[in-house]
Design a protein around this ligand. Sequence first.
Ligand code: ATP
Ligand code: LTN
Length: 340
Amino acid sequence: MVSKVRVLSGIQPTGNLHIGNYLGAVRQWAAMQEDNTECYYCVVDLHAITVPQDPKELRAKTREVAAILLAAGIDPKRSVLFVQSDVTAHAELAWILNCVTPFGWLTRMTQFKDKSARQQEGASAGLFDYPVLMAADILLYQAHKVPVGEDQKQHLELTRDITMRFNRLFGETFTVPEPRILEIGARIMGLDDPTKKMSKSEANANHAVNLLDPPDVIRRKFQRATTDSLTDIRFDENRPGVFNLLTICQSFTGETQEAIVTRFAGKGYGDLKRAVAEAVVEGLRPLQERYAVYSKDPAQLDAVLRDGAARARVVADKTLADAKRRVGLGAGADQESRVQ
Ligand code: ATP
Ligand code: LTN
């Protein structure tokens, strides 16, 4: 029997999920649920607390994100959907990996440099350690593939380095994972400033199109999107505003670049913005309708997440026990860990 391809990815319950998260990551997650795959998707609340969070809001966001993932097509029968902190093995393996990760590797992470620059000395040790916890998430499930947006490429490379180092020091223990980054949609830019990645943590109300934004809000945000002073409509990376709108359009309609350019030949930016807005409104409609149903049924969400955590624990605890045995942790009182 051919063994299954294991997939794992995570998303933080911070701020509002936007079309960047959807096109770069979440939509792929749903598409990867095939017969020959075993998918693990987690809401990474331990990652969220690397920066200050209001406890009540964090819990509410954790549930909201889980409901959005269900609405986006993550099928709890085919995939394991769970909340990271419900599976304690994540924090435990992260500690072990911390002790095999050279400090210098972490100092090179650009996301830490960006995020800590805003907080200076006040940045938490957890923020610095963020990528090691991410490695633990991935390694516990022996994932082969990790679908993420472009911004996570460096973290995935670090995960691969940590994996190879652990395997070299303690013997083959973990699968070396590979990132899965789309060609189109892996880096959606902000509508207000198309030189910056669309992000949940930007203050400007016109920066991101959120997955739960009502149609009129989506239309208004696109109407106000920053473009340039030229007029022709084509895919040119040197014109980031128009390029971003065209990329969003292409990702939602599935058209080729040629078809899109032909469609907008002789048209103006106003037409482009209206058309992209309609593509997004239509593209998100099924998700928003399903979300409305899930959000009215907290008991069902509880059941899905309880079941997901239980299924995740079975796999994660087994991997963790193996890693601990290899490192020589514990007294080895139970038979299994004493056996070499
Ligand atoms: P943000 O910076 O928007 O707050 P994040 O990078 O902190 O988000 P997550 O919310 O955990 O992190 O990201 C979930 C997934 O969405 C990741 O795979 C990430 O690469 C992807 N992603 C985030 N922003 C974008 C974007 N603008 N375009 C494409 N993919 C993105
Ligand atoms: N760091 C990721 C979120 C994340 C993740 C993971 C992604 C946490 N653990 C494991 C893939 C695999 C981010 O998008 N900021």
